[in-house]
Write a protein that binds this ligand. Structure first.
Ligand code: SF4
Length: 365
């Protein structure tokens, strides 16, 4: 698995705390050079089954710049012929020629940051596109990609349950393959944080947010989207293979500013600042993953998926019974109605899905 971080955006959105910024052509070119240098240094010819270009907005790069990165990956890794190769894009940053070019480069999955189909909300979020532009981009993208995903947010300032209903209707009409949902979190360093501090952000209250969450998670399955993870829904066989890799503990390479890597034992990260990354990236060792940490992760990452975790796989990986290690935690959460055991499988109930963080914290020994 490979993740490529492209930290550039056309404009910074009002809620965004991701490692992304507005940049000029010179910095972008230097960044591509540094990225390719890192890929050349760390490539190990291992077989790669998924590649994910995230950001930022990777589609702020030219096709030529993307091609250079793809060439470096092909030179330094064995990219499987059936690999899932995703690129994140924003409506308003791609046209027909560009989409065709992405397909020629080998991208076969497009993840569109739509966030909302309501123009007023898009303005509040500081997005660069309108609802109409999003619908046009999705319609166009379907001509080139058989696998299109859309991100949708809820719990937004001024958003009502009624406006959300209207938004989810768009999903029904657009007939895409995958939907990811995100509840707004107001994070430090964003414009929303300042507005909230000045009591100037009209956020829906907790109960309305819970109703929104229930509405989306109950409606998407009726439209043919299987919920396969807490926040992710897909038509049959369109689950994100890349993200499933994270939740099942696969190894991954992360290239670019602030990107994380995991080699099965060691978790490392690159410097976050773009200028420092370009000048001299020195990866930082974040954590040596102990056996105990690996067991905890196996549980709380695996439980994110509706399929849950397998007691047999736990035994095979760690040589111990999951019920010996986590028996008390499992019993407690079964009593609370948040977990279920069915044969070999342990998984979150519908209620457990909405209170996932409480369950995950319990799995930290
Ligand atoms: S487009 Fe995405 S990464 Fe860029 S500023 Fe907006 S939310 Fe952040």
């Amino acid at each position: 698995m490979i993740y490529i971080h492209i930290p550039f955006c056309q404009r910074k959105c009002n809620y965004c705390a991701f490692n992304s910024k507005v940049s000029d052509a010179t910095e972008k070119n230097s960044y591509i050079d540094a990225l390719i240098k890192e890929i050349n240094l760390r490539g190990d010819e291992s077989t790669v089954e998924t590649i994910y270009f995230g950001g930022g907005t990777p589609t702020t790069l030219t096709l030529n710049q993307l091609e250079k990165i793809i060439c470096a990956l092909n030179k330094n890794f064995r990219v499987d012929k059936q690999a899932e190769i995703t690129i994140e894009a924003n409506p308003g940053t791609v046209n027909e020629n560009y989409l065709r070019g992405l397909k020629v480069l080998g991208f076969n999955r497009l993840s569109l940051g739509v966030q909302s189909f309501d123009d007023e909300l898009l303005k509040i979020l500081g997005r660069i596109h309108t609802s109409r532009a999003a619908i046009e981009t999705i319609t166009l993208a379907k001509n080139f990609f058989a696998n299109v995903s859309v991100d949708l947010m809820y719990g937004l300032p001024n958003q009502t349950l009624q406006s959300l209903r209207h938004e989810v209707n768009h999903i029904k009409n657009l007939d895409i393959q995958h939907v990811s949902i995100y509840g707004l979190e107001v994070e430090e360093g964003t414009k929303f944080f300042e507005l909230a501090r000045a009591d100037n952000l009209n956020l829906p209250d907790e109960n309305i947010c819970a109703d929104m969450y229930d509405f989306i998670t109950e409606t998407l399955p009726t439209l043919g989207y299987n919920r396969y993870e807490i926040s992710n829904f897909a038509k049959k066989n369109f689950e994100s293979r890349h993200n499933c890799g994270y939740w099942t503990g696969k190894k991954y390479f992360g290239f670019g500013a602030g990107a994380h890597s995991f080699d099965g034992k060691l978790r490392t990260s690159n410097v976050r600042d773009v200028a420092t990354y370009i000048k001299n990236n020195v990866p930082i060792v974040e954590e040596v993953v102990t056996n105990q940490a690996a067991m905890e992760e196996f549980c709380f990452l695996g439980l994110r998926m509706t399929a849950g975790i397998s007691a047999k796989t736990f035994k095979y990986k760690f040589g111990a019974s999951i019920f010996d290690v986590f028996g008390a935690v499992i019993d407690k959460n079964i009593r609370r109605g948040l977990l279920k055991v069915d044969g070999d499988k342990i998984f979150l109930t519908a209620r457990g899905m909405s209170l996932g963080n409480e369950v995950f914290t319990d799995f930290l020994l």
